[in-house]
Design a protein around this ligand. Structure first.
Ligand code: UDP
Length: 267
């Protein structure tokens, strides 16, 4: 797989400036700019996938051509995590801030509340997306909830879920199945819709993004790392200590850093 990065690779995708990290594009927008960009996409219409790219996703994409292709084809790829901001700096490039999935989701929900956008929440354990929906609706009464569904479904149930989403035509679809499964699921949804269904969704405008464990946080079943850990950039350590099973995933963080340094040396 061809890996492009460095300053020369600075280019524009959908007129959004981006840089390459380990061969995948990451847009250089701030949180507020990302929200404005997504709002414009929705007004323009069409189907759009948003990816909040954390080090684990970018590291996996190096060896996963499908994942790398879908990142390259996304309407917006944000720098999810301080590790991605650090990687850019190693390449002599600047990402002004990290844009995490949960922060982006929270901001989009606020806009959805003021613009009466409809949202669909798919993912997490039974009851969690529903509870998150209730709490979000209390916070943003103007937002409409098109539907919620838990993320522990069988392969043969997928078609029913897809049909329900297509019928409800939510403007925002949040999918919390864990990365990169959720990104692939959204991509597959976009690939499998028929032309007529796509036209229906496109007219209303449709944004879909993977949000990992965010429903658990909105529902209150999992606490987000305290702000001081976020400010000190040790949110990953807090999450590791509170959920030790994450160790399997977090070993990819040093591997990501080593790969960034290896590529820096070879340039
Ligand atoms: N999940 C799901 N279906 C599955 C496996 C996981 O809906 O088959 C949910 C899980 O309940 C959790 C989310 O996916 O809400 C993954 O959260 P995680 O913290 O791993 O994601 P991250 O935020 O780190 O990407």
């Amino acid at each position: 797989m061809k890996e492009e990065h460095s300053k020369e690779a600075l280019h524009v995708i959908n007129k959004v400036p981006s840089i390459y990290i380990l061969g995948s594009p990451v847009h250089t927008l701030t949180l507020q700019e990302s929200v404005q960009h997504i709002s414009k996409l929705l007004e323009r219409g069409g189907l759009h996938q948003i990816i909040t790219a954390n080090p684990e996703i970018l590291y996996s994409a190096r060896k996963d051509e499908d994942l790398q292709k879908l990142i390259a084809g996304a309407s917006l790829v944000t720098a999810d995590g301080i590790g991605v901001v650090w990687a850019a700096r190693q390449q002599g490039e600047k990402l002004r801030e990290r844009v995490t999935g949960i922060d982006l989701m929270a901001e989009l929900l606020t806009v959805a509340g003021s613009k009466n956008w409809s949202c669909y929440f798919l993912g997490a354990a039974p009851g969690v997306a529903e509870k998150a929906g209730q709490k979000i609706k209390e916070l943003h009464p103007g937002l409409s909830i098109a539907g919620t569904r838990h993320g522990y479904f069988k392969k043969e149930e997928e078609q029913i879920i897809i049909e329900e989403i297509l019928e409800k035509k939510p403007q925002l679809l949040f999918v919390g199945l864990g990365a990169p499964r959720q990104e692939k699921w959204i991509n597959n949804l976009f690939k499998t819709v028929t032309e007529k269904q796509a036209r229906n969704l496109q007219q209303a405008g449709h944004i879909a993004m993977g949000v990992g464990g965010s429903f658990d946080v909105f529902a209150g079943t999992v606490k987000r790392a305290p702000q001081w850990t976020q400010k000190m950039h040790i949110e990953w350590l807090y999450r590791l200590l509170s959920q030790p099973t994450r160790i399997k995933r977090q070993v990819r963080l040093p591997l990501f850093a080593l790969e960034v340094l290896r590529q820096k040396r070879s340039n």
